[in-house]
Design a protein around this ligand. Structure first.
Ligand code: ASP
Length: 443
């Protein structure tokens, strides 16, 4: 280990759900002196069917807003923390904090204030347990009035505040506007706090500790026990997360990416695993041609057909404007000489369908419009595909062998991904066929 290295370590809710989990976290932090900046989430689920503290806080505040008795739920929350404090044999008391919270709930301090208390209190417990200083995120993470992060101000305030600090705990998920109103990120937002802190202190690495050993090549609900991903680039991760592979909050990438700080996804329950390194770029050869496979069901394709379409300037723009006017974003748009197909999410499209069809008839006067629903999109992603011939060939012959009909193919010019459209019912079998041809046969 290099002396003077600086690491930011963020721990997710399941890593901090009980005293036992706190102890594992304590060991991880104490085993490496460079783990100096700790960003905790609120206590998560201890077992299947348990409720996260953040959800209890939302419930509790809802009662407060309706001027109903919320004391029972608040006591339940206090008991969660007490269990941790007792289990760790700390002398800390949160009684005054809870009295203040109850008072603020009565004054209707806001839903975001309510939710933020989960991280705030866990930060206090964590700092006490580790003997680190506690910094309230409300004093260093600055939000605009519209709820977005004030990036510039946060960077200034946070860097200035941390410059002389040795070992600190900064709760995740929230901050405050300059008038003191507490604001939160969207759910899972402690990942973003960790990233912002890493950027502010120019960390060498941002370790994000959770309950899985990083990203997997495919969804374990489809492929039993899939292989893990050692190295993934930010770009590859964007492609995979967009298609449903979720371990990290999407917005957590941007602050560290700008600074070239790698993110290491680690497993609190298996600290011996190296996890996944997320990096800007790497010369680490991927073990397989593909880095990962992800996908989603529930798309519709709208195919507009018109003779001589390709000579009609502005045709594509007019088609897309119809979708734009209805607030529908499109996913992919493969085209032929006389056809153009637009893929959209079934959810938003369904209620607006007839208006969109009417709009298309009006603006481009097509010969036919065909709709097909129940489609799934699969992204096969990998920086290794760029340098390899025959990747597409292998994918399509695997799908053909599995008797799966391919509805759409789209390869981005970055050659980083190939998107395949299949029927919803073929989705799992298609993922399996692709996984097998690239991973299983290589093992
Ligand atoms: N506790 C918050 C949530 O449950 C934020 C987080 O855990 O990152 O969404």
């Amino acid at each position: 280990m290099v002396e003077n290295m600086k690491k930011v370590v963020k721990f997710g809710g399941s890593s901090l759900a009980s005293a036992e989990q706190f102890r594992k976290v304590g060991e991880i932090i104490r085993s490496d002196k460079s783990r100096r900046y700790v960003v905790p989430s609120a206590p998560g689920k201890r077992y299947d069917g348990d409720t996260k503290v953040t959800d209890l806080l939302y419930q509790c505040y809802e009662l407060a807003e309706q001027e109903k008795d919320f004391s029972e739920v608040l006591e339940q929350i206090a008991a969660r923390y007490q269990e941790i404090i007792d289990g760790l044999e700390l002398k800390l008391s949160l009684q005054e904090e809870f009295a203040k919270i109850a008072e603020n709930f009565k004054q209707k301090a806001g839903k975001e204030y309510a939710a933020s208390r989960g991280e705030y209190l866990n930060g206090i417990v964590m700092a006490d347990y580790l003997g680190f200083s506690f910094i309230d995120a409300a004093s260093v993470i600055v939000f605009h009035k519209d709820g977005s992060l004030n990036t510039e101000r946060t960077r200034k305030v946070l860097s200035a505040r941390l410059v002389d600090e040795g070992y600190v705990v900064i709760p995740g998920f929230y901050g405050a506007q300059s008038d003191g109103t507490v604001r939160t990120f969207s759910r899972g937002g402690s990942d973003i706090t960790g990233s912002i802190v890493a950027q502010a202190v120019h960390a060498d690495i941002y370790e994000n500790w959770t309950d899985v050993s990083g990203f997997l090549i495919a969804d374990p609900r489809i492929i039993p026990d899939p292989e893990g991903i050692d190295y993934i680039t930010y770009k590859e991760l964007r492609e995979l997360s967009y298609m449903g592979a979720s371990v990290l909050h999407e917005d957590a990438i941007f602050p560290v990416r700008k600074e070239g700080i790698p993110i290491n996804i680690r497993n609190t329950n298996r600290p011996e695993d190296k996890g996944t390194m997320i990096v800007e770029s790497t010369c680490h050869r991927p073990k397989y041609t593909i880095t990962g496979i992800a996908g989603k069901k529930g798309f519709v394709s709208i195919t507009v057909d018109k003779d001589m379409m390709n000579s009609e300037i502005g045709f594509g723009r007019r088609v897309l404007e119809v979708f734009e006017r209805e607030g529908i974003s499109f996913e992919h748009m493969p085209s032929g000489i006389d056809t153009m197909t637009v893929f959209v999410h079934e959810d938003g499209f369904a209620q607006k369908e007839q208006r969109i069809l009417a709009g298309l008839h009006r603006v481009v006067n097509p010969d036919t419009i065909e709709l097909e629903n129940d489609l799934a999109l699969i992204a096969v992603v990998g920086r290794g595909m760029r340098a390899t011939r025959g990747t597409a060939g292998r994918i399509f012959s695997a799908l053909a062998h599995a008797r799966i009909n391919v509805k759409m193919i789209d390869q981005g010019s970055s050659e980083l991904n190939i998107i395949i459209g299949v029927k919803n019912e073929d989705f799992e079998a298609a993922v399996k066929a692709i996984y097998d041809i690239f991973v299983t046969v290589q093992l």
